[in-house]
Ligand binder design. Structure first.
Ligand code: BDP
Length: 695
């Protein structure tokens, strides 16, 4: 097992009784149609049931144990069995075991064929995780409409911040050469409900909109369509100038508007169900409406009106930090976008990174969530591990996503969670979305590390249901990917659930952030102080000095807390009521400040966390080692090799950071803790000119 099969392994079920029970119920199946989507449902069932049960057959309705039906046929069956098909919505499903005539039958019923496909994967998961089929009564539909991967993939196949090889898209050989990998990509996504993919980097190459590339995009769209996956493209705002021969890209210029309209019409000729555009504008050197004195809303709406007649969507990113007021970086996206609330067209989603800065190992949620009742916001999570050890660290992101989604914005009083903002329920928005920056590459195991497949998986599951628990998802992922043995599942799930917190301790405990190596973002470098913009430097963020450490974002400092709602704003304004995990994000505190939970001084707590983090990674390694012989040797070995790196790097982070901050605290490393092996100077000299995924 080299990881290629992801969570869709469908290995034989060893328990003969269970296998026989399953086989009796679902090995013969009926499909209510023969569309492309029904065909892929049939193929998946044949493949999966043959794999798990060693038998599978498509038969007519009366002979079938399993009925898969969509549309009118599903309505008729639902009516006959008194099931509420409306509850399945457009993309959801019912999976029921019912008495049909004299026999028990399992039915997957959906209003649409894609719903039936999702229901099929849901049923297969029941078998993959060895759950009973008897009395099944599952009703599910997604809470979020656009569930989209963002590939930061360049046309030359280099992936920005990608740590799993080259881009999965072989642009050179497309449109003619269609790898099986593209189909397996679509299967994996459909199995977790992902229904869109942005194929190219947000730092977009305008060539993607030329005919030459659109032919290639079409080939992928054609392959993904039966799986319910739409393609989207990142576009460069200055495309009219760069590839259209115009001398401006001003969104209020008529020629520019017409250029986009013609381009969009042309795309839809190739791809009738094209999803729309993702735009990074006026951010990190990218062009945008600001270049022409226009607002983000004017830019987004120009594209939106070209897409609207075709049903397309604009996903406009709020990742900007170059405003004229030159505010502190964490405040800028809010300052820029809050005043534009209500000014965006109906088919625009503003896409906001989970935290106010940039995918740090841990950030408080962005204050934009909840602040724009008239503008639907789309969540942008990073699945790829830019700031979390690339593809060598054992980090399951489920708990981090859960922390963000369950956070209370208080926008409409208590219970106004980020999840409710994102799924559109808090403000009754008519569109909703969640994006994940993909960690997929050309590596045989897709993500460069077997465990990191779980982050792709949990992203999809949480985009479907943003209130699902990270632990439940971990459990099911382990069962499908590694083993169904309860002890193995308990061990790996336990490791996964604590892995994010542990890794945060090894890198940025207590709310520290942005202290990584410059450029590639790899390894510790709290000393970085010479980059072109102040807010690209580590020292800007940790602000360590003889007095203390941390960024004062309270009212006595840059007052970023004012962007949050009460009572959160007051809570975060006071170090005594700020959650310790965000302490140094919001406050600059003296080295001898007393930490409530432990009674330690701030210095001792910081050191303690770095040491504990490194020890805990070591303990993770031992937990993994205890699984030897319990899971497939190749999977085991791959993770073991990466664990080794994680252990070494946790020590590297610990030693470099503790020595660096000690210069300011002038306090000793507490007794009993081993001293770092090298000097601070030596750690500072460890430089990595080349690292994978560098932008
Ligand atoms: C930062 C990455 C950079 C991306 C940028 C973005 O370092 O490579 O282009 O975010 O999201 O995290 O646009």
């Amino acid at each position: 097992e080299d990881g290629y099969r992801l969570w869709l392994k469908y290995d034989p079920i060893n328990d003969d009784d269970l296998k026989a029970t399953y086989a009796k119920q679902v090995s013969s199946f009926y499909l209510s149609g023969d569309s492309d989507t029904m065909k892929v449902i049939g193929e998946e069932l044949i493949f999966a049931l043959n794999g798990m049960l060693a038998q599978a057959k498509q038969v007519n309705a009366s002979q079938a144990g399993l009925i898969v039906a969509a549309g009118d046929k599903a309505s008729a069956l639902a009516a006959r069995h008194k099931l509420d098909l409306k509850a399945a919505g457009d993309e959801g499903y019912l999976v029921y075991q019912v008495k049909h005539g004299n026999a028990e039958k399992v039915m997957i019923l959906a209003n649409t064929e894609v719903g039936a496909l999702y229901g099929t994967y849901r049923l297969l998961r029941q078998l993959q995780t060895r759950q009973p089929l008897a009395d099944m009564a599952i009703v599910s539909q997604p809470d979020i409409q656009l569930r989209v991967l963002n590939h930061w993939d360049n046309l030359d196949r280099h992936v920005e911040r990608g740590y799993a090889g080259e881009s999965i898209w072989d642009w050179h050989k497309l449109p003619d050469y269609r790898y099986q990998r593209y189909v397996d990509y679509a299967r994996a996504n459909a199995s977790i409900g992902i229904n869109g993919t942005v194929l190219n980097n947000v730092n977009a190459d305008p060539l993607i909109l030329t005919d030459h590339y659109l032919e290639k995009v079409k080939a992928l769209a054609d392959m993904f369509r039966p799986y319910g996956i739409k393609v989207y493209l990142s576009v460069k705002f200055s495309s009219p100038q760069l590839i259209g021969g115009l001398d401006t890209s001003d969104p209020l210029d008529e020629d520019v508007q017409q250029w986009w309209q013609a381009k969009v019409d042309d795309i839809y000729k190739h791809i009738p169900d094209f999803g729309g555009f993702l735009v990074k504008a006026n951010s990190e050197g990218q062009p945008g409406p600001g270049d022409f004195g226009r607002t983000h809303a004017e830019g987004a709406n120009m594209l939106a009106s070209a897409l609207a007649p075709h049903g397309g969507t604009v996903m406009w990113r709020a990742f900007v930090y170059a405003n004229e007021k030159n505010e502190e970086r964490s405040k800028q996206a809010y300052s820029e976008f809050k005043p534009l609330d209500g000014k965006f067209d109906d088919n625009v989603l503003v896409q906001v990174k989970n935290g106010p800065i940039d995918f740090q190992p841990r950030e408080p949620f962005s204050p934009l969530f909840g602040a724009t009742p008239e503008t639907p916001l789309m969540m942008e999570f990073q699945i790829t591990m830019e700031y979390l050890g690339f593809s060598t660290h054992f980090v399951y992101l489920g708990p981090m996503y859960e922390e963000v989604l369950s956070a209370d914005t208080y926008a409409r009083g208590e219970g106004s969670t980020v999840a409710k903002v994102i799924d559109g329920s808090l403000f009754d928005n008519n569109i909703s979305g969640m994006a994940g920056v993909a960690n997929i590459g050309s590596d045989r195991n897709w993500t460069g590390h077997i465990i990191l497949q779980s982050n792709w998986y949990v992203f999809g599951r949480m985009a479907w249901n943003p209130e699902i628990s990270a632990e439940q998802v971990a459990d099911e992922w382990v069962r499908m990917t590694l083993s169904n043995d309860n002890e193995v599942v308990a061990t790996v799930t336990d490791m996964m659930m604590k892995s994010h917190e542990i890794t945060v301790n090894t890198m940025t405990p207590l709310g520290l952030h942005h202290i990584m190596g410059a450029g590639h973002h790899y390894g510790p470098a709290p000393w970085v102080d010479s980059l072109g913009r102040a807010d690209w430097n580590s020292v800007y963020y940790h602000r360590a000095d003889d007095e203390g450490i941390g960024f004062d974002r309270s009212p006595s400092g840059v007052n970023a807390v004012e962007q949050y709602f009460s009572p959160l704003k007051e809570q975060l304004a006071d170090p005594a009521t700020t959650p310790e995990k965000y302490l140094l994000w919001f406050h600059h505190l003296p080295w001898d400040y007393q930490i409530k939970s432990s009674g330690r001084t701030l210095w001792n707590e910081l050191v303690h966390r770095y040491y504990k983090g490194a020890d805990d990674v070591k303990a993770l390694e031992q937990q993994w080692d205890s699984l030897k012989g319990e899971i497939d040797p190749l999977q085991f070995h791959q993770v073991q090799m990466a664990m080794d790196i994680h252990v070494k790097e946790a020590l590297w982070w610990r030693n470099a950071c503790v020595l660096y901050f000690q210069q300011f605290s002038d306090m000793p490393i507490p007794d009993g803790l081993p001293k770092p092996e090298k000097s601070l100077k030596q750690y500072q000299k460890m430089s990595f000119p080349h690292a994978p995924g560098q932008g």
